[in-house]
Write a protein that binds this ligand. Structure first.
Ligand code: ZN
Length: 679
């Protein structure tokens, strides 16, 4: 039998050789090794010594993680029925192992002994941080609890998981349960592709006309383009009351929300905290719920005049151009779209002709090379598809990192864009060699037709820059401890700093010019078109900011104040009264489908979106402040400082320490407001 490629971790993954039949045998071996290592390190023969623990446990779990990462990656980008079956068969086993590892009391005791030892006190700062993170994870997982409290904690975890699962199932089922059959006349204004899809959906059921559903590809265009007001109202009412008391009782999330919030509060009390919001913030950059709420309220105050102006313009336009004297919730998207068209008419198709892939990549690579003092060049590695490219990053001949770029959409590839790690930077305890980091950069834009290059929308370009920001965070790290190298160990509300930071360059004229080369004429993007794009970017930014603040403040208050499990609607009403310029109708039950906080990982964490935006905008402002006529924002000195303080330090220090090391002060919200046209 030929060797199993998933067990070969000497170099890069053998993506061209991995087959579905390799998965289970490899995971059998690697899980066994990891389990043996866990038994060994928690036993009496292994001292509470950093290197000794790392040599046994980290080496085996990293091996498992890398192999499982390769399988998961292929499942995402080269899905087949056989591979999916192999993935799904092994997923519960791998998840179960990591859950057990994270709750193993013997391991917790060993880490505690290490922390308390002579060695523990004198560990290097990155190692100390890695150890602290591990200990904190155990404590928040209930490792310090005893007896009845411990049992109750475990029961709460189980109930929460079940309730969250039901919550999201109710949202999905309520979304699926609704349909509205409309005539072609009722759908006047809709784009042809949507009309075709809705007609096909009706026809598939043997019905006349068009089938409308609450799924985004249907709901959104109806709300934006349908001139028929009653159809919009019908759709809005259905959408905004999903999984509420206005629908089927078996899908009503009202009680579930109360139970989830109450259980979280009880969990927090068991752990010795005043509220679940306090618990949520322990591993985050923000310190206290009050700090988050002050931040949100300050931002609301500053965005408010712009939001009021947005709203006034919308009402005026509705009256003058759409004959709508009483703007209703179901008119907002429709009138906004019309106003946007009237103001900033340009087509994405037109813009696309300028962003030809080779020029975009050349410009992006050039920018990275200039700012971060590196060179990027093509490299070779086994790949999973012929269109995948591989590159290496060097500084003066020294290899720093490598990455795969899988750019195009194709069947069997999950939509969206993401960065994933193949392996992290690590001074390996088994051979004392420094393992260089490797990343996946995955996008999904359309491949060029014939011998023409791929054409990217400006959105595609921004996404590409965003993912490269994550990639650079992972690859340019100088930290040798794998648990805090690059993105590892970075606070959750700060992890989007480097990615959103990179997006700013896509709105910088000097940079954008170099990214464009018209597919037919070779011309770069005209300035007038760029100006229209920039103006459209900030369209209704005041209103959108207040909306995000409304969700964030609702989430934070719900989890910060005792007794709010009984006041879900009241808290939302109060928050809307406080910050919204456009209060939804009283039947609106947004919270009943707010899966981010009731079924996802965003509970008392929704603010992170805005929080990280402040960090990235303020970091970028350092480049704007240093800009001169010669090199514009591409200031190499600021680039070096950013690289050292943020990218190279990674998770080895707190995000606030990194930020202050770069900016010399704490973050300020001014740059974000200015970038979004609110100053
Ligand atoms: Zn991101």
């Amino acid at each position: 039998m030929s060797p199993n490629p998933l067990l070969d971790n000497a170099g890069l993954p053998l993506f061209d050789q991995i087959k579905p039949e390799h998965v289970t045998p490899a995971i059998d071996v690697l899980l066994k090794q990891a389990e043996d290592a866990l038994e060994k390190v928690t036993g009496p023969d292994v001292p509470a010594d950093y290197d000794a623990l790392s040599l046994l446990l980290d080496v085996t779990t990293e091996k498992l993680g890398r192999a499982w990462g390769a399988v998961g990656h292929l499942n995402s980008v080269a899905d087949t029925a056989e591979l999916r079956a192999a993935f799904n068969e092994n997923l519960p086993r791998v998840t179960e192992f990591y859950t057990r590892l994270g709750a193993d009391e013997r391991l917790y005791a060993k880490y505690k002994a290490l922390a308390a030892s002579e060695q523990g006190i004198t560990l290097s700062a990155p190692r100390k941080r890695a150890l602290d993170n591990a200990l904190r994870g155990f404590v928040l997982g209930g490792a310090e609890l005893q007896g009845a409290a411990k049992e109750r904690f475990a029961a709460i975890q189980e109930q929460q998981a079940a309730l969250s699962q039901s919550f999201s199932e109710h949202v999905m089922d309520a979304t699926d349960a609704f349909s509205h059959y409309a005539s072609t006349e009722e759908l006047a204004g809709l784009p042809q592709d949507v009309l075709d899809a809705t007609a096909a959906a009706a026809q598939a059921e043997g019905k006349e006309g068009h089938k409308l559903t609450l799924h985004m590809p249907c709901y959104l265009p109806v709300m934006q383009y349908a001139t028929h007001r009653a159809v919009r109202e019908t759709m809005y009412r259905a959408y905004s009351t999903r999984a509420s008391e206005f629908g089927a009782a078996e899908r009503d999330n009202s009680i579930l929300m109360q139970q989830i919030v109450a259980l979280r509060h009880e969990e927090a009390q068991l752990l010795g905290y005043g509220s679940f919001a306090d618990v949520s913030l322990v591993p985050k950059m923000a310190d206290t719920p009050k700090q988050v709420m002050d931040f949100l309220r300050d931002l609301a105050k500053r965005a408010r005049p712009f939001a009021e102006k947005d709203m006034a313009e919308l009402r005026e336009f509705a009256k003058a151009e759409c004959q709508l004297d009483d703007l209703q919730a179901w008119d907002v998207a429709f009138v906004s779209e019309k106003l946007k068209e009237a103001r900033y008419a340009f087509s994405d198709q037109e813009v696309k002709q300028y962003f030809t892939e080779p020029t975009v990549l050349k410009g992006l690579f050039g920018l990275i090379e200039t700012l971060f003092d590196v060179t990027l060049s093509p490299d070779t590695a086994p790949v999973w598809h012929e269109s995948v490219r591989f590159f290496r990053i060097e500084r003066r001949g020294e290899l720093i990192g490598q990455f795969y770029l899988d750019p195009y959409a194709r069947p069997g590839k999950r939509p969206g864009a993401w960065m994933d790690d193949v392996r992290g930077r690590w001074k390996r305890p088994d051979n004392q060699q420094t393992q260089t980091p490797v990343a996946h950069l995955v996008c999904n834009y359309a491949k060029g037709v014939g011998d023409k290059p791929a054409l990217l929308t400006h959105d595609d370009v921004t996404t590409l820059f965003h993912e490269f920001g994550h990639g650079l965070h992972h690859m340019l790290t100088k930290v040798d401890d794998i648990g805090v190298a690059g993105i590892s160990g970075v606070e959750w509300d700060a992890v989007e700093l480097p990615s959103q930071f990179m997006e700013n360059f896509c709105w910088e004229w000097d940079v954008v010019q170099k990214l464009t080369h018209h597919v037919d004429t070779g011309a770069s993007l005209p300035r007038a078109l760029f100006d229209k794009m920039t103006a459209a970017k900030n369209f209704q930014s005041g209103m959108m900011t207040l909306r995000q603040i409304e969700f964030s403040l609702f989430d934070m208050r719900l989890h910060a104040e005792a007794g709010n499990d009984q006041r879900v609607q009241a808290v939302l009403d109060e928050v809307r009264q406080e910050v919204a310029v456009n209060i939804p109708p009283s039947f609106n039950r947004f919270q009943h489908s707010f899966s981010h906080i009731f079924a996802g990982g965003y509970a008392a964490g929704y603010y992170s979106y805005k929080w990280a935006e402040v960090l990235s905008a303020d970091a970028y402002a350092a480049f704007e402040e240093a800009a001169d006529g010669q090199s514009g924002v591409l200031n190499t000195d600021v680039g070096r400082r950013y690289r050292e303080a943020i990218l190279e330090a990674g998770g080895s220090r707190s995000a606030m320490e990194n930020f202050k090391a770069f900016r010399g002060r704490e973050p300020q919200i001014d740059a974000l407001l200015r970038h979004q046209g609110m100053s």
